[in-house]
Design a protein around this ligand. Structure first.
Ligand SMILES: NC(=O)c1ccc[n+]([C@@H]2O[C@H](COP(=O)([O-])OP(=O)(O)OC[C@H]3O[C@@H](n4cnc5c(N)ncnc54)[C@H](O)[C@@H]3O)[C@@H](O)[C@H]2O)c1
Length: 323
């Protein structure tokens, strides 16, 4: 049995869907917070609820007592935890840093405290982020290298989760895998993300602000490639005998500029956007570049979806969802 936290979220939805399609039993947890439009979360859940092996629990992981009470009946059945619940977004962490302490750090502690002595647990996988590399990520984003320099509370909270995992791994002899995601995009994506806002504004003929004059580079990674690599990691490590605490990059090694991403969006939509170039936003790193040399060797990290194909699929979905 799998526990997927953040199941109503973008990545959690896709991971749950993949597991359910493979006939796994999934307990999905989410508090359906209002960080972005809740409708898309309920719509994702509607799809998951079509599977008889999906059970949804509306739980706030911050509420330790309520979480323990509601999850308790599944405690001795859950073997794999994929912890994707959390407060995402670098920019929001400038405005509301405490949300990252409660939803990323404290929530994670509550989850680990609850499961720390459960003998059934084979693997705990949790979401970290490429942002933990800070500005050194342009030169070196090698997952085995400990030196990272977060430049936002968001990335500091993700790095804290990695450190906490290390402590729980040592103390309770569990297997932990942190996954550092790089700019995930695709259908059912997060409405707070750049490409979502872009598609809405281009449709409504409104100007769109482009930070750092479009010169950011990102390892944009299509959601299906993320799911593919997470499944590879689970299969590789779920029956691994020894305790383990590792982190891996999950991202397209081909880092491209925001300008290029926008160009492909415009070409695929068939319309030019009214772009307003502005300066860099504090907290944003300039370049992320996923180094997957270690990941290739260890679990054969693969990227199958090209940028053109990924954007085409994203836009097709966007058109059908926002008719
Ligand atoms: N999408 C990306 O490009 C990306 C990149 C790097 C890291 N990440 C990380 O991956 C994880 C999943 O990201 P996503 O894009 O799916 O985000 P998301 O916001 O769509 O999903 C997160 C879900 O967690 C839920 N949640 C938040 N706090 C909670 C709490 N206290 N209790 C229960 N549920 C809670 C939210 O309601 C949401 O549905 C996050 O931790 C995020 O920081 C994402």
């Amino acid at each position: 049995m799998y526990l997927i936290t953040g199941a109503a979220g973008f990545i959690g939805f896709h991971v749950s869907l993949e597991l359910l399609r493979n006939n796994k039993i999934v307990i999905g947890v989410d508090n359906i917070n209002n960080y972005y439009d809740q409708k898309i979360k309920y719509d994702r859940l509607k799809i998951l609820k079509q599977f008889s092996k999906f059970k949804f629990l509306k739980i706030n992981l911050n509420n330790k007592k309520n979480f323990s009470k509601k999850i308790n009946r599944y405690k001795n059945k859950i073997e794999i935890i994929i912890h994707l619940a959390g407060q995402a977004g670098v920019r929001y962490s400038i405005i509301n840093p405490s949300s990252y302490i409660s939803n990323n750090i404290m929530s994670y502690i509550h989850l680990l405290e609850f499961f720390k002595n459960s003998s059934k647990i084979k693997l705990i996988m949790y979401a970290s982020s490429s942002s933990i590399y800070g500005e050194i990520g342009s030169k070196s984003s090698i997952s085995s290298q400990p030196q990272t320099k977060p430049i936002s509370v968001y990335s500091a909270s993700k790095l804290s989760m990695e450190l906490i995992s290390n402590a729980y791994c040592y103390l309770y002899k569990k297997k932990f895998i942190g996954v550092r995601f790089f700019s995930v995009y695709g259908p059912w994506g997060r409405p707070d993300m750049f490409y979502f806002k872009f598609l809405k504004k281009i449709k409504d003929n409104q100007p769109i602000e482009i930070y750092n004059y479009g010169n950011h580079h990102r390892s944009f990674t299509y959601i299906d490639d993320v799911v593919l690599n997470l499944m590879k990691l689970i299969n590789k490590f779920k029956n691994h005998k020894k305790t383990l605490c590792d982190v891996f990059n999950i991202g397209n090694p081909n880092s491209i500029s925001l300008k290029k991403f926008i160009k492909v969006l415009e070409t695929t939509v068939g319309k030019k956007a009214n772009k307003k170039y502005i300066k860099k936003h504090p907290g944003d790193v300039t370049i992320t570049r996923s180094n997957i040399s270690r990941e290739k060797k260890i679990f054969n990290h693969e990227i199958k979806v090209s940028l053109n194909r990924g954007i085409e699929k994203l836009i097709n979905w966007h058109r059908s969802y926002y008719k």
